[in-house]
Design a protein around this ligand. Structure first.
Ligand SMILES: [Zn+2]
Ligand SMILES: [Zn+2]
Length: 199
């Protein structure tokens, strides 16, 4: 909660403030990336008194954690989210309504000052979620994982498999085993293809 009493209600009055707050719960994109609960969120705010209320403009900076969608390695993402929101005086509601275009949705989305206090949390959450990547990657060039064996390709740049797919080779091996049945049981040991890597 932020206090606007110091700012006062005289239109045009300005107040700048910087504050560090603890990140609230679910501050990010669920199961993808987010700012851990309790992690510091640095706020730079500019409060401006206007006729209908207080216009809040600011930037939030925090460090989000998630994992790379390609290689699944943990990653950190420094997020800087800009936002602007008008908090309306409850008693200025009628005046505000005539001044703004009549729009039912806008009324529902409107945020109010309560006893000169405003709650920035929903505004911050929206701004941070918007600023976070939906598909975070550890780096733009991340090659991800080998689709066949899951090895991390960035750490194994020469990694590849021989043209014959392992699973197909296994089927072929099985078929051969069935064909010459009198052959000694070769088990699964012989079904693997030659994994030698070519440079
Ligand atoms: Zn990655
Ligand atoms: Zn592989």
């Amino acid at each position: 909660m932020f206090d606007t009493h110091e700012l006062g209600r005289r239109p045009g009055a300005l107040q700048r403030l910087s504050r560090t707050v603890d990140a609230p719960k679910d501050f990010g994109i669920a199961d993808v990336i987010g700012v851990p609960q309790g992690a510091p969120v640095e706020l730079d705010l500019r409060l401006e008194s206007v006729m209908e209320g207080v216009l809040v403009t600011g930037t939030a900076r925090a460090s989000a954690e998630g994992e790379c969608v390609r290689c699944l390695e943990p990653l950190r993402h420094e997020v800087a989210a800009d936002f602007q929101e008008l908090f309306t005086y409850p008693d200025a509601d009628d005046r505000g309504r005539t001044a703004e275009p009549v729009d039912g949705e806008e009324d529902e989305d409107r945020l109010f000052l309560e006893d000169g206090m405003f709650d920035l949390e929903p505004v911050l959450r929206d701004a941070v979620v918007l600023a976070l990547p939906m598909q975070p990657v550890c780096r733009e060039t991340c090659a991800g994982l080998c689709p066949d064996c899951g090895i991390r390709l960035d750490e194994n740049p020469d990694h590849h498999h021989d043209a014959v797919d392992i699973r197909w080779a296994a089927l072929q091996g099985l078929a051969e085993t069935i064909q010459d049945g009198e052959k000694d049981n070769m088990g699964g040991a012989e079904v693997g293809v030659d994994e030698k890597q070519e440079k």
